[in-house]
Design a protein around this ligand. Structure first.
Ligand SMILES: [Zn+2]
Length: 424
């Protein structure tokens, strides 16, 4: 319209001028964008060696394993003396151990522990890729061996965060998870590492570690942004200690004091109200459906896990000995099992009891339930949450982050007695 009342020469001039003005505005205000999720150029988690080296049990009681290394690597003895240097393996190589020593590919080596040290810091064991080095620890009595992964803690965390939390979740939830996982790993290492060949297992018994397959840009960035940051508390002797920063999937509305589930010092990881996970967790995990077991089946499962409880004979009664009452629900922290004679009995922690009955945790999803025994059947009902419910509630953390809380605030909520400290 406007153009039609101007001469065509004027119109051309105006269009060219407008384009030039827009281009000028674009160049003045546009800056090459840096996504919030982008790692700095050249950053590689493989170069991060700060913090302690962690020993993770990858496999136990092996008779043989299959490994592959895509770079030059060294084979070391138990004193880290080099036995042999190899160029990359051609495909998978079998390692077999017996009383006479090791058979690795076509070569034989004398008995003892051995390590495989890849020059690029990556190896594949039984089809899964890991960072760091692989140590094989032989047990002469059983003729089996353990496969243990040695690697810097931050590289270890890169294989944990994405295995424990979806990597597309809120960035502050991922950072809170990184700090909790780092603290937990260091606590378990200091507490149990001295008395065994490894610091942590790679299952839910500790925290899930899936190696390189679990890594992603966002989880590595969450690790980088919280590098060396842990939760600490003061112990009875006023010494600063790394917090046993337990965490679980869905608390169901209230977390549990670590003293009630793991026997930690009371109040170090206290129970707190959580109004958040209900908005993130699937309904059947926030409140799980009733599940019924034959009481004989329960007896069998408990004895399979705790052979010392054979003395009870068939379990006749299961009573709640101790539970935390959170108003709308309870979490059972101790049960009393009564045997076939009606007199002999045993106490079992609520978490141990539910995992003995349902080791998968798929049906009895937490120890937050009520139990009713009738006609030889035990009914687990009023179930709430998924996991042990101690410490950070992962679904709760996601909701808090989505509502604007940063990772420090999330950690302060779930670990109110702890302090955040950057220790390296
Ligand atoms: Zn929760």
């Amino acid at each position: 319209m406007i153009l039609s009342i101007l001469s065509s020469r004027h119109a051309k001039f105006l269009i060219v001028a407008a384009v030039l003005v827009l281009a000028a505005v674009f160049f003045v205000f546009w800056r090459p964008g840096k996504s919030a999720d982008a790692l700095p150029f050249g950053f590689d988690i493989a170069d991060v060696h700060s913090g302690p080296v962690i020993r993770v049990l990858l496999f136990d009681k092996l008779n043989k394993c299959m490994f592959r290394v895509e770079s030059d690597f060294e084979l070391l003895d138990d004193n880290d003396v080099m036995l042999c240097r190899f160029s990359r393996t051609r495909g998978d190589v079998y390692a077999v151990c017996d009383a006479n020593g090791w058979q690795i590919g076509t070569e034989s080596y004398r008995p003892g522990n051995i390590s495989i040290m890849p020059s690029d810091g990556i190896f594949t064991l039984n089809g899964q890729r890991f960072r760091g080095r692989l140590k094989l620890i032989a047990d002469v009595n059983s003729g089996t061996f353990q496969a243990i992964n040695y690697l810097p803690i931050e590289q270890y965390l890169a294989g944990v965060i994405g295995a424990e939390m979806p990597d597309y979740w809120e960035f502050d939830a991922l950072q809170a998870q990184a700090v909790a996982a780092r603290s937990y790993a260091m606590h378990i290492t200091r507490r149990f590492g001295v008395s065994r060949n490894y610091d942590l297992s790679r299952t839910q018994a500790n925290q899930v570690y899936a190696g390189i397959a679990a890594e992603s840009t966002r989880t590595i960035l969450a690790i980088k942004k919280t590098l060396g940051t842990v939760l600490t508390y003061r112990d009875g002797k006023e010494q600063r200690q790394i917090l046993p920063a337990y965490y679980a999937s869905v608390c169901g509305g209230h977390t549990e004091d670590a003293a009630m589930v793991f026997g930690e010092q009371a109040g170090v990881v206290p129970g707190v109200r959580c109004r958040f996970c209900r908005y993130v967790a699937q309904k059947e995990f926030y409140k799980w459906p009733p599940v019924e077991y034959d009481i004989n089946d329960i007896s069998r499962r408990i004895i399979a896990r705790y052979s010392s409880l054979k003395k009870l004979g068939d379990i006749k009664q299961i009573l709640i000995k101790r539970a935390s009452d959170y108003g709308r629900f309870q979490r059972i922290t101790m049960v009393r099992l009564t045997g076939s004679d009606g007199v002999s009995d045993a106490l079992l922690r609520g978490e141990d009891f539910r995992l003995a009955v349902d080791p998968t945790g798929n049906k009895i999803r937490s120890a937050a339930f009520d139990i009713k025994i009738e006609n030889g059947k035990a009914l687990f009902y009023k179930g709430r949450g998924f996991g042990h419910g101690v410490g950070l509630c992962q679904c709760g953390a996601q909701r808090m982050a989505a509502k604007g809380a940063d990772y420090r605030k999330i950690l302060r909520h779930y670990y109110p007695a702890a302090k955040l400290e950057k220790i390296y």
